[in-house]
Structures are given as structure tokens and as C-alpha cells.
Design a protein around this ligand. Sequence first.
Ligand code: URA
Length: 209
Amino acid sequence: MGSLHLIEHPLVQHKLTLMRKKEASTNSFRRLLNELAMLMAYEVTRDMPMQDVDIETPLEKTRGKVIDGKKLVFVSILRAGTGILDGMLSVVPGARVGHIGLYRDPKTLTAVEYYFKMPHDMQDRDVVVVDPMLATGNSAIAAVERLKELHPKSIKFVCLLTCPEGVAAFQSAHPDVPIYTAAVDRQLNDHGYILPGLGDAGDRIFGTK
Ligand code: URA
């Protein structure tokens, strides 16, 4: 069984509740997602490897610790993943970025790939895949399957919200990939939406509905 990291920090939970409200404007939804992504980046990078470097303060020479942001790749599942990407990049500006374009076939709810662009040397990199909603799990499972073909050093998956069905499907396909989320909601409905959820994350980020 893979690991599930529930991010219960009060700031995360508070912002998530504001985002769920149907009357939240596109502007505030996007701003809150951006802030949440920064807080989630803090959690997902908690165990990132560090290295010692020699530096000089105004007073003397010393050694400090730094993370190598260039080894980290944020992979956004288009299009809603983009909403998380900006916040994460403001915390780890040196990270590389990959994109996977997947759409959900409305009839079968399976994931169909239409775009895939990653940085070079993926075998040297730690990957954090981002998508606000882990619902059926189909897109996330397909995205991670494709990424595994490139043999990155590690893969983590970050979402804002998920549900028991999504967690079960993802963990059965990828038990080695930890999930980071702010909430596990009650259930999935017949159309593949999370309940109570927050609606269609892409539409709410981009104001397309
Ligand atoms: N995708 C969304 O945007 N919302 C859901 O509830 C499920 C999948």
C-alpha cells in the first residue's frame, strides 16, 4: 500500500474551505489555489536531499545547506495542474517543469494523451506530479505510467482533493508513489466528480464555465 500524506495544517484547511464555496470568484479561487500550492510545496519538499556549500557571511566563512532545485521537476497534468504549478514555482524557482496533456474521455472516463514534454536527464531527477483533483485516478495513473518509462529517481503525486475511490485506484497501480493531499472527500459520483468536492477545478481556475 502506498503512503497518503494528509496535509491538515489550519492554513491549508481554511483556504480549501474558501475554495469549495460555489460563490468563490475565479479570481479568488485562483489566488487561493496559488497560496495552497505554496503551502503544499513546503510539505512535499520536506525530505528533499540537501548539500553543504561553503559560504562567507559578513563576519566569517562557514558552511550552509542548500537544495538543488534544478534536480526537481514539477510535472503539471494539463490543464488544471497549471493552477498548482505557479504557486510551487514561487517556492522552488529553480525547479524544472514538465507537461502532460491528458483529457478524460467523457464516455469511458479513461485518460487520452495528447501532449508530453519533459526536461532532459529525467533519470537524475526527482519528480512531483501535480493535479488539483485525484478523482477516478485515470489521468494520474496514466501520467505516472508514462513518467516511469523515463526512470526518474523518485515520483510523488500532489493534489488538492481526492476521494477513497481515487486513492484506491492510484495506490493499486502505483503503490510506490506517495500521495500528498489536503482532503479525502466522501465519494465519486457517476460522472467522475468528487463529492462534496469543489466542482470542475479547470473551469474554476480558468473561468471557462
Ligand atoms: N475533476 C474535477 O475538476 N473535479 C472533480 O470533482 C473531479 C475531477
